[in-house]
Design a protein around this ligand. Sequence first.
Ligand SMILES: Nc1ncnc2c1ncn2[C@@H]1O[C@H](COP(=O)(O)OP(=O)(O)OP(=O)(O)O)[C@@H](O)[C@H]1O
Length: 344
Amino acid sequence: MKILCILNPIAGGGRTAAQVSAAIHHIFRDAGIEYDIVYTQHSGDGLAIAKHAEKNAYSHVIAVGGDGTINEIATGLIGTDLILAIIPVGSGNGLARALQIPFDYQEACQLLLHGTSRAIDVGQVNDRYFFATSGIGFDAYVGKQYNEHLGHSRGILPYFQIAATEYFHYTPQKITLEYQGKTFTCTPFVLTVANVEQYGGGAIIAPEAAPDDGLFDVVIIPQTPLLKTVYHLPRLFNGTIDTLPDFITHKTAALTITRPEPGPVHVDGETFLAGQSLEYTLLPQALRIQVPEKTVPRSTPKKPGKSFSGNTLELLEKLSRLKDRGILTDEEFEEQKRKLLERL
Ligand SMILES: Nc1ncnc2c1ncn2[C@@H]1O[C@H](COP(=O)(O)OP(=O)(O)OP(=O)(O)O)[C@@H](O)[C@H]1O
């Protein structure tokens, strides 16, 4: 085993870089493991450094940072046999949360000694990769403002402050989605293509997403009035966002989105500008990540209790509304209706 640690000194506000570096020295030196630590100097360095890791005979690369750093480093490892490990010191840490990687950096280091490696799917949108989520709706818009205006002052609180301000400036676009031979239009407030359940910061955008099932969960949520959005916000954090009346999810390994004009897209929270057409493709189990030996299933709180028949009627009405608005095709509506009626 030969380990390369790539450390982003500004991730998570740069509060822990020195302690993490000390823990790495302590743990790997004691274990007699060969290792090197390299600090990134600029955005993009993680990718450039990771690309040379294989040539320099490393077996593992540790990304010390948040989702943006992990995205860069993991991108550099695609197509190699190297195993990625994560010491999550970012602000959101969506991928680390979804894979149950410990937030204690000493425990995260110990995963190299006592954990196991797991292959996960990788998402691709045009020429960019993502490992947790990608999106083109309000989250991409907020991510753009966050990355442009905040500099080193990062965190979940500033993110929510920007989201609250930008809520009034954002206008959802009418877009076309094509997948599995079907085409439909919708005007999403949030459109997230999820490889894992987590957005970051504990927000669970796609409760059913699994990182190795060969499928994206495409989540579509329309705009609702601010008060209603605030009222429903806890569902984003307790794993029940899919109980929202207008929540839609599709499972697919490939998807084309066409929008009226170019705009921002985020990959794992990092935004870039892309054209009107976005091609999403899933690369099955294309990256190996070091994870805990045993993972505990997330305990999802019980979904809002209603009598089954009452709930079914409500779901049928919801499906019908979605069909009327063009979000569901006739075929999808009939299929969902049949499934619901079968349960009666
Ligand atoms: N030395 C550096 N100076 C400035 N920016 C850097 C440096 N190294 C990396 N970066 C950039 O910092 C950005 C933020 O990093 P990262 O996403 O890891 O942290 P975070 O935003 O705090 O965490 P999260 O994405 O989990 O919320 C990335 O875009 C990365 O490219």
